[in-house]
Design a protein around this ligand. Structure first.
Ligand code: NDP
Length: 278
């Protein structure tokens, strides 16, 4: 039976550590959160981010814009936040309404305030192994692996999903720790065989219980990024009850990867505040 990786408890510990760091920092880190439109899920995410900021002593500045906001208007908001000294991190909640080009917005954020780690400058630095702001979900997964003393070096890792925010940066981070990586996606052939051979499986597909329990090799480490709302509540991308019997470690959904994402956003914001003072 696998050991559960408790993201909720780990995220709480990280928030407590950050709170102490903030108290000793000599300036208050500030995170600007920009929400465009009224997507209910985005509203929940933004509220959770504001709450988490409050518990760690980070100032949060919320900017709520209407669903009709133009790209030019949003670029204007970003420009103001880039030059605001109280703001150390800028987060634009995705997805954006269709009239706005997501790439143009991400690229307008000052890379020094890009605490989501989505700007091409920061993605490039991650690629060449330079210090950077890393995408919060894979960064949170690396932190979980570290805090559970899980050895990565030389392991075969299979990542299912190749998004810019999860799959690709996850691959780079595991590679930097000397794992051997396969990135799988919707055109991958014999996916089940690839997963069966993996020492580490990261599932970031967005389909409930897509990765079957009997695909998991005995003793594998299973990281489930998926958040799928079903009639039975929140469900991950991995068939948990079966996978748990085979894995050595597994993240539950909810309470695994999810809480870590916001904790790492706070960590990046505190780091950005520290860097601004240098
Ligand atoms: P995307 O939709 O951007 O990417 C999904 C990936 O899964 C794509 O690369 C896609 O392949 C691949 N895929 C889809 N169908 C299949 C298939 N049949 N076989 C193999 N691969 C397939 O999702 P995200 O990366 O943004 O998110 C993934 C999941 O993680 C979602 O459930 C999301 O809610 C969750 N999530 C959780 C976070 C957290 O904080 N815990 C944060 C971010 C996301 P292709 O590229 O070929 O289309």
């Amino acid at each position: 039976m696998a050991k559960l990786i408790d993201g909720k408890e780990t995220a709480k510990n990280i928030r407590e550590e950050l709170k102490k760091e903030v108290e000793e920092l000599g300036l208050q880190p500030g995170l600007a959160v920009v929400l465009v439109g009224e997507d209910p899920a985005s509203q929940v995410y933004v509220r959770n981010k504001e709450k988490a900021c409050a518990t760690t002593g980070i100032a949060s500045f919320k900017h709520t814009l209407s669903a009709e906001t133009t790209e030019e208007e949003l670029l204007g908001v970003i420009k103001d936040l880039n030059s605001d000294d109280k703001v150390h991190g800028i987060l634009v909640q995705l997805p954006l309404p269709k009239q706005i080009n997501e790439h143009a917005i991400i690229e307008a954020i000052d890379p020094a305030k890009d605490v989501d780690g989505f700007h091409p400058f920061n993605v490039g630095r991650l690629t060449i192994g330079r210090p950077t702001y890393s995408s919060c979900t894979p960064f949170g997964i690396m932190e979980l692996l570290k805090r559970y003393d899980i050895d990565i070096e030389g392991k075969d890792a299979v990542i299912v999903g190749r998004s810019n925010i999860v799959g690709k940066p996850m691959a780079l981070m595991l590679l930097a720790k000397n794992a051997t990586i396969s990135i799988c996606h919707s055109r991958t052939k014999n996916l089940d065989d690839k997963v069966r051979a993996a020492d580490i499986v990261v599932a970031a597909v967005g389909r409930a219980e897509f990765v079957k329990g009997d695909w998991i090799k005995d003793g594998a480490i299973v990281i489930d990024v998926g958040i799928n709302r079903t009639d039975n509540g929140l469900v991950g991308d991995v068939e948990f009850t079966e996978a748990e019997k085979r894995a050595s470690y597994i993240t539950p959904v909810p309470g695994g990867v999810g809480p870590m994402t916001i904790a790492m956003l706070l960590k990046n914001t505190v780091e950005a505040a520290k860097q601004s003072g240098k």
